[in-house]
Design a binder for this molecule. Structure first.
Ligand code: ADP
Ligand code: ASP
Ligand code: MG
Length: 422
């Protein structure tokens, strides 16, 4: 029996007509090998950013439901165009919106989670010999509204569809050759990883390596989906995300990751009494805001107010502030301050679990570079430091060099529709 394969093409891989035609050729080649093929596409190039800007032009506080109606159009455009290109290559293709593809989500607009994939329509089309194009990043909520899955969400669509179809592999085609030891746009000698464990990939994705959306990695691990992350510009093998049992080596450090989209929120004058932290983080959770690092200072004297700081993604700052403004008075908190220009650099490696001294090296390297560490957090296989956003690139290069992660003949295959590194 023929195998089912899911191929996902990211925004830069479908950015213009030539790239859509190239993706169509690649999809058709897979079909001609005899596989049943579903392709999940992202919006073209910067379309999602442009749609976000369009919303900002007409409203300071766009309604999240309408935002999803708007944002979901980007991936529909890609799918319809690619179906046309495939048809010109002599194959039968059908494009489906997330809703038509049976992607059912919860009701959290702009950051919905997939609850179920009712793939019968995809299955019927595959049984009829069609190539199926699914619009990524979107679904339909249990309230029958269009939802989107958060930035980078097409990865999760692809993995969820692969899980529902029992696909043999979910191929994530992107603008770099796989998952690297650091972002190849910042570290030119970054090394492509042949394999990476789920455990490490989860830490990498959660600390800024946007090559795979965090949720897609979680979903793949839970549902046993094979992810192969590879270049859409050449045929070379990329990176396979493997289970812990399949992992042979545990290098001390696998990768250095970063993010420049962190905001720090400080609550000034937080009463030293039980229940306040619960109210603060409860309000943030209700607003769907993910909190990363949290620091609570000791009060100067017992019973006196202290400060509390935490980080959130910059894109969540507005929601975080709104949620907090609603509770500070009742909780007796003095005021809120924030800094939008924070960044984070992290080192990830399963080997650090059994190896002391990694944190000391990280702090020494940053110190030698004159980079001030504002906040620190650790997991058994990750050390993260919040630093000023404008020093993040230096920090990444310094740590990558210090842990000798480089590859002398590295070639990321990195290409961007705009040429320049982002
Ligand atoms: P797509 O549009 O295909 O979904 P993304 O822009 O979401 O692509 O993700 C690919 C980008 O992720 C790369 O262009 C690269 O700059 C960035 N990236 C960050 N960290 C890493 C890493 N460790 N390995 C590979 N790419 C990374
Ligand atoms: N188009 C969406 C974004 O830019 C989803 C994706 O590309 O995965 O975030
Ligand atoms: Mg992406």
């Amino acid at each position: 029996m023929s195998e089912t394969v899911v191929m996902k093409f990211g925004g830069s891989s479908v950015a213009d007509a030539d790239r859509i035609k190239a993706a169509a050729k690649r999809i058709v080649a897979k079909r001609e090998k005899g596989d049943r093929v579903v392709a999940v596409l992202s919006a073209r190039g910067d379309t999602t950013d442009e749609l976000l800007n369009m919303a900002a032009e007409v409203s300071g506080t766009p309604d999240p439901r309408e935002m999803d109606m708007l944002l979901s159009t980007g991936e529909r455009i890609s799918c319809a165009l690619c179906a046309m290109a495939i048809s010109d290559l002599g194959h039968d293709a059908i494009s489906l919106t997330g809703s038509q593809a049976g992607i059912v989500t919860d009701t959290s607009h702009t950051r919905a989670r997939i609850l179920d994939v009712r793939a019968d329509r995809i299955e019927e089309a595959l049984d009829a010999g069609q190539i199926v194009l699914v619009a990524g990043f979107q679904g339909v909520s249990t309230n029958k509204d269009v939802t989107t899955l958060g930035r980078g969400g097409s990865d999760t669509t692809a993995v969820a569809v692969a899980a529902a179809l029992g696909a043999s592999v979910c191929e994530i085609y992107t603008d770099v050759a796989g998952v690297f030891s650091a972002d190849p746009r910042i570290v030119p000698d970054a090394k492509k990883l042949g394999t990476v464990s789920f455990e490490e990939m989860l830490e990498m994705a959660s600390s800024g390596a946007k090559v795979l959306q965090l949720r897609s990695v979680e979903y793949a691990r839970t549902h046993g989906v094979r992810i192969h992350c590879r270049s859409s510009f050449d045929e070379g093998a990329g990176t396979i995300v493997v289970t812990e049992e399949e992992t042979v080596e545990h290098p001390l450090i696998t990768a250095v990751t970063h993010s420049t989209e962190e905001a720090r929120v400080t609550l000034i004058g937080v009463p030293d009494s039980p229940g306040v932290a619960g109210a603060v983080f409860g309000a943030l959770a209700e607003a769907g805001v993910n909190v990363d690092m949290i620091i609570q200072n000791e009060p100067p004297e017992e019973g006196k107010a202290a400060d509390m700081s935490f980080t959130v993604a910059t894109e969540d700052l507005r929601d975080a502030r709104t949620a907090l403004e609603g509770i500070i008075e009742a909780q007796g908190i003095q005021s809120i301050a924030w800094d939008e220009k924070m960044g984070k650099v992290s080192v990830v490696g399963a080997g650090m679990r059994s190896h002391p001294g990694v944190a000391a090296t990280v702090f020494r390297v940053l110190g030698d570079l004159g980079i001030n560490i504002e906040m620190i957090s650790t997991s058994p296989i990750k050390i993260s430091c919040v630093v000023s956003a404008d020093r993040v690139a230096d920090a990444v290069r310094g740590l990558h060099g210090a842990f000798e992660l480089g590859d002398a003949d590295a070639d990321s295959g990195a290409q961007s529709p705009h040429g320049a590194a982002r």
